[in-house]
Each structure stands twice: as C-alpha cells, then as structure tokens.
Design a binder for this molecule. Structure first.
Ligand SMILES: Cc1ncc(C[n+]2csc(CCOP(=O)(O)OP(=O)(O)O)c2C)c(N)n1
Ligand SMILES: [Mg+2]
Length: 677
C-alpha cells in the first residue's frame, strides 16, 4: 500500500496539471477536476487492472467518465500512466491535439468513452457491466473485470440516471462500482439550490450498496473501493464528498475552494492566484507541466506490478485456452467483431407481411446464429416484434445472464445508452427496439453512437401515420427527416455517420438486417412498418435477388421500356407506388419504380449507377409518409413529392390513407398530374 503523503502528492500533481491545462488553453473546467483528483489517483494507482502493454485486452477493468468537462482530470491521470505527454496536456483543446475539450473514445490511450452530454457516460458503464455479466456467463473468470464509473452532480440530476440506477440495481450488477463526486457545486448554482433529494436513499431504493466517504481521504477511498469490489449481488455507489477547486488559493490569500466560478473557466479568471495555488500544491509555477519524480516512481512501480499481474494472468488465460479450445476461438471471434456465418437467403419470409414481422423472422434466425447478440426493448417487445429474438433465448435477470434478451422497462434513452456501453465494452452485438416516434427520446444517444462510430442497431417500428388509431402522439412524421440528417453528416472517418434503412417489403427487410449486421463501422437504423405491406413485384431473378440491390441504397424495382417517369419512395410507400403503377399501366403509361431504403448510401454510389436508377433528364415523382423533404434531394422539386406536412390523426389507417391522399388511386392521379406538367 502506498504511503498516504505520497498519494496526496500524486493527487496534488493531478490538480496542478489539470488547472494548468485550463490556464494554458484559456478555457476549460478546472474546479471539478481538482476535486476528483484523489479518487482517480487511488483508483489508477491501486485498483484499476489493465495491461500496460495491451490496452485492448478484453479482460481489463473499464473506467467510464460521465462528466466529460472533467477531461483535464482524466488526461492528467492518464499522463501518469504514460498515455499522454506533457506536450499533449499543453495542447489541451487545440486543433489536431489528442486532448480535445471533452474526451473522445480512444482505447489505446485509456479513454473508454466519449463524454460531455451529462448522464450518458455512467449509463454506458451500466451497459458495459451488463455485457461483462453476459460474457462472464459464457467465458467464466476470463470476464471477471470491474466496471468503474465516475459521476458528478450533473449526471445524478439528469433523468437518465433514473433508468441507469433502476436497471443496474434490478439486475444486481455487482461488477459495477460508481464514484459520485459530490461537491455541492454545479455550473451556475450550488447543488442545494436545485435539489434536496437524499441521493443515498434513492440509490439504496434501487438496490445499490452505498458507501459515503470523504472524497479526499486516501484511506477512506481505498477502503471504499475494496468494500465495493467485495459486494455480491449489488452495484455500489461510493458517494465521495469533495471540494470544488480543492487546493485553490484566492488572490487575496484566502481560500479559493468551493466556488461556482471555478467550474468552467481558468482559475485566474475566477479570482484565484495560480502562482500561490501551484506553490502550495507543491509545484513550480514557472514550470507546472511536470510529473514529480516520486509520483513518477509511484506509477512506474504500479505499471511494473500490472505487467507482472498481466503476465500471470496471460499464463492462466493460456491454460484456459488450452483446456477450452472452442470457447477460446469464440472469445477471440467475438472480440474481433467477426461476422457470423448466416445463410440469409434461407430465411423464409411469409408473403405480404409488415416489415416489423419480417424483422421478427430475421431476429428469430439471429437468436440461434449470432450467439453474442443482445437485443433489448423498452417495454414494446411484442409490438416492435423484437420478441422474435426470444425464439431461441430468454430474458436476462439478476443472477442469471444466460439469456440474451434485456427487458428494459420504459426508458428509451437509457436503453440506447446501454447498447452503446455494450458496444464500447466489446465482445457483443447490441440492438434495441421501440416505436419510431420515441426515437425522439433516444436522440442524444443516437448522436453519441454516431460520433463514437459504434455498430449498434436501432430497430424502430410503427414508422408512419399508418399507426392509425393511436393518433398523432404515436405517428412519426418528421422523424425520418431527423434521423436521415445523420446520413448526411460525415463522421471522423469520412463515412456517413449512420446507416438508415427503411425497407420496402419483407424480403428487403431480410437484406436490410444483413446490411445492419455487416455494418461494423457505424450505427444502423431499421425503420419498419406496423401494417402489412404487399410484396413488391419480382423480376425473373426473383425478389430476393432483386432486393439485394438495396445494398446500393436505392435500386430499380420495376421498369417498363422507355419509361416516362420515375416513381420513388422508401418503406411501405414503394408498394403503394407499385399499386398505382398498375392503374397507370392500364392506361398505357410507362414507369420506373425505385425503392430508396437509404438515401445516404445511395449518395455514395458511382454517378453512373445513380444515373441509371434516377436519370437526371427523366420526370420524377416521390411518395413519402413523412415530410416531403425526405425525398427532396432525389426528386429535386417539392411539388413532385406527395408527403405529409402535418401531424397525423387518430383513425383506422385505411381511413387515414384515404383522407391524406395515400390510396393507390389518389397517388395515380397525382402521378398523372405530374406527367402533364
Ligand atoms: C446534458 C448536458 N447538459 C448541460 C451540460 C452543460 N454542463 C456542463 S457541466 C454542467 C454541470 C456541472 O455540475 P457538476 O456535474 O456537478 O460538475 P462540477 O461543477 O462539479 O464540475 C453543465 C450544466 C452538459 N454538459 N450536458
Ligand atoms: Mg458538482
């Protein structure tokens, strides 16, 4: 065990570095970082288990930061274990640096998650803890890691903490240890001005084990972490009472601690004297970017200890591998994100069914062929048809993680963040289901999944006003436009930030699922219908073969010779176009019908292909159950698009089709109008 004075010195070292980074960058958040330094120092110097030479080792403990604004604390701590240089710290928040304002996932450097939007980071940790439990059931002690989370007042206040706290307690995630940096200060007020809840009691009610400590007392933190690791059947919350701006000294020589003003600006701007502060913390104000020699030694020995531990662990792992060759292969394949072998074409789809039902058929297949897949639904499994996945598995529950289905209860944002956490953990493939209209509840996490380039799958059903009787509260209209914006946004790797697929019939749904499973680079959305859809007409090659062209984002479903107009849509509207086309053909018209499951993917195709599907010189007509803007860039003229410009209404969907102008007859009339323009 390390000497108390040395440990305090190391924490002070982190405080100096964090404060100096913000000072140098002239922006950032020093106060909270200074308060949390003692905890991270104890965690990283004595508890967190990782292999210094193999950052991606699947068996490592994970540390998930929730308050991304405390990045100076994280970077300074990681500098102690050699992940960042002093130069990196000095380039905090600068163009091209590896120390962005809020941490962005970088496993090689020990950053397990992107954080910034408060509340999400600790929820990823819950997801990771679930993944670890799921994997531990399958691989035993190979997956005995502890998942640590760090949360602050902001994360505690965010509503998502209710979902995360409830599910972690309910599932008894004893591999999860969360530290709450309770400093009674937030961005614009003291905590006591906005909250009087008993946080310990709240988490206790959710089934957590609670420990309260002085968050600056090394011995107390050490004891708390040891106790937390030993607890069986419950996640642990360590409430650490800390002081904002710990160690800060005011320009007048008095205390500079516990000030709201040190939350989010350089200390010097908050009336703190940097010089006296650094001096009193044991540093040199003229040269603050230094790791003290004794602190360097502390971490050097820790890294040696960890190397030793990793060697021993590797020997054990190799023994396990020799004893369990099959499991060992599986373990490697899962963590390498290898694609499962699936005979997609053999998946039999009933004719003319809703795409949510077609998705259920695929999920039933996946439940037997993708052993590392976890599917979750926010209390809609029998409606969003994710229950198809229950064909060959069952729900996981406290103490029994043999199942691969997670019944989430009603908490869509939490659910989305859990799948993100599972993906960050690695070793599993995660998908979640709910109604498309409630994607609104998930949007902040969808954005983060896209930013982190995580291959999570979002299954959204009840995709349009044809939800019918439930009315406008349940009928997505603008949602497809919103979600498709992420297809237009490019991620840091230059790819569409998300793959958004709205398949047109049952067979196209099989292909869409194949694309989702094969997409290892970004999140995928599957937007599916509640109502039955007539299968699209098939060519001589058969509908399956035709539908494989969905891989191009858009393709010709049916083309008459020398067509007068291209009719295009996604989802169920394609079959409406096919019906309308029959009526028009009877009158001698010649048409080309195009299904566009993903506009973003289509935009990435070669010009010649795009031209063959949507010839520039040809008239076009677009049909969408969402906002006309969905098809605007493909059709080029809003007056040639029939969509919905208003909220939906409550009525049987066939009545809505009629009232809103979506019957094949009405659509045929509009197409004729377009032909005469
Ligand atoms: C979802 C979200 N809302 C608002 C913010 C802006 N913000 C950053 S930190 C913070 C509150 C800080 O309080 P706390 O979490 O206690 O951190 P401390 O002040 O103790 O460093 C807020 C509102 C954010 N990052 N995320
Ligand atoms: Mg706070």
């Amino acid at each position: 065990m390390n000497d108390r004075q040395l440990m305090n010195k190391a924490a002070d070292n982190i405080r100096i570095l964090a404060a100096s980074m913000v000072e140098k960058a002239k922006s950032g958040h020093p106060g909270g970082a200074m308060g949390g330094a003692d905890f991270v120092n104890v965690l990283f110097s004595e508890f967190l288990i990782f292999d210094p030479d193999s950052p991606r080792w699947p068996g490592r403990d994970r540390f998930f930061l929730d308050p991304g604004h405390m990045s100076p604390m994280l970077y300074s701590q990681l500098a102690m274990i050699g992940k960042y240089s002093m130069e990196d710290l000095q380039n905090f928040r600068q163009w091209g640096s590896c120390t962005p304002g809020h941490p962005e996932v970088d496993v090689e450097r020990g950053v397990e998650n992107t954080s910034g939007p408060l509340g999400q980071g600790h929820t990823y940790a819950v997801g990771a803890a679930i993944a670890a439990k799921f994997l531990a059931h399958r691989f035993g002690w190979m997956m005995s890691q502890t998942i640590y989370a760090y949360i602050s007042d902001g994360g505690i206040q965010e509503e998502i903490s209710q979902g995360a706290g409830r599910i972690a307690g309910h599932l008894g995630l004893d591999n999860l240890v969360m530290f709450y940096d309770s400093n009674n200060v937030q961005l614009s007020t003291k905590v006591e001005e906005v909250s009087s809840e008993d946080i310990a009691m709240k988490y206790r009610a959710w089934g957590w084990h609670i420990i309260e400590v002085d968050g600056h007392d090394v011995e107390a933190l050490r004891k708390a972490l040891s106790e937390a690791k030993a607890i069986v059947g419950k996640p642990t919350l360590i409430i650490g009472h800390t002081v904002m701006g710990k160690g800060a000294i005011s320009s007048d020589g008095g205390s500079g601690e516990d000030r709201i003003s040190t939350h989010g600006q350089p200390l010097s701007k908050a009336g703190i004297c940097m010089e006296t502060t650094i001096k009193s913390l044991g540093g040199d104000p003229s040269n603050p970017f230094v790791i003290f020699p004794e602190v360097e030694q502390l971490y050097r020995s820790r890294l040696e200890e960890l190397r030793e531990l990793s060697r021993a662990r590797k020997t054990e792992e190799n023994r396990w591998r020799a004893e369990h060759p099959e499991l060992s292969c599986k373990y490697d394949a899962w963590f390498a994100n290898e694609l499962p072998a699936i005979d997609w074409e053999s998946i039999e789809q009933k004719p003319n069914q809703a795409t949510r039902s077609a998705s259920a058929t695929v999920l039933a297949k996946l439940s037997e062929s993708v052993e590392n897949m976890i599917v979750t639904s926010a209390d809609l499994s029998n409606s969003d048809k994710t229950d198809g996945f229950l064909k060959h598995t069952h729900a996981m529950r406290k103490g029994d993680f043999s199942g691969a289905f997670l019944q989430m209860g009603v908490s869509e944002l939490t659910m989305a963040c859990l799948t993100i956490g599972m993906a960050l953990h690695g070793g599993v493939t995660a998908a979640s289901g709910t109604f498309f209209v409630f994607s609104d509840y998930m949007k902040p996490a969808i954005r983060m999944a896209a930013l982190m380039e995580l291959p999570v799958k979002f299954i959204w059903t009840h995709d349009a006003f044809r939800v019918g009787e439930d009315g406008p509260t349940h009928e997505p209209v603008e949602h497809e436009a919103q979600i498709r914006l992420l297809e237009k946004l490019q991620n840091h790797s230059g790819e569409n930030a998300m793959l958004v697929l709205r398949p047109a019939d049952a067979i196209e749904t099989t292909i869409a699922w194949q694309m989702a499973i094969e997409n290892r680079k970004t999140p995928t959305a599957l937007i599916l219908s509640r109502q039955d859809i007539a299968d699209l007409p098939a060519s001589a090659q058969g509908r399956y073969n035709d539908a494989t062209k969905a891989r191009y984002g858009a393709y010709v479903v049916e083309a008459d010779e020398n067509p007068e107009i291209v009719l295009l849509a996604s989802g169920s509207e394609v079959s409406t176009l096919a019906e309308a086309a029959k009526l028009l053909r009877a009158e001698g018209h010649r048409l080309q019908i195009v299904s566009v499951p993903s506009e973003g993917l289509f935009a990435k195709q070669a010009e010649s292909y795009r031209e063959s599907v949507l010839p520039r010189s040809m008239k076009k007509f677009g049909l969408t159950a969402g906002l006309p803007v969905n098809l605007l860039s493909l059709v080029g003229d809003e007056s040639a698009i029939w969509g919905l410009n208003s909220f939906g209404f409550s009525a049987p969907y066939k009545v809505l089709d009629e009232k809103l102008g979506f019957t094949p007859e009405q659509v045929a009339a509009r197409i004729k109008e377009q032909l005469t323009r």
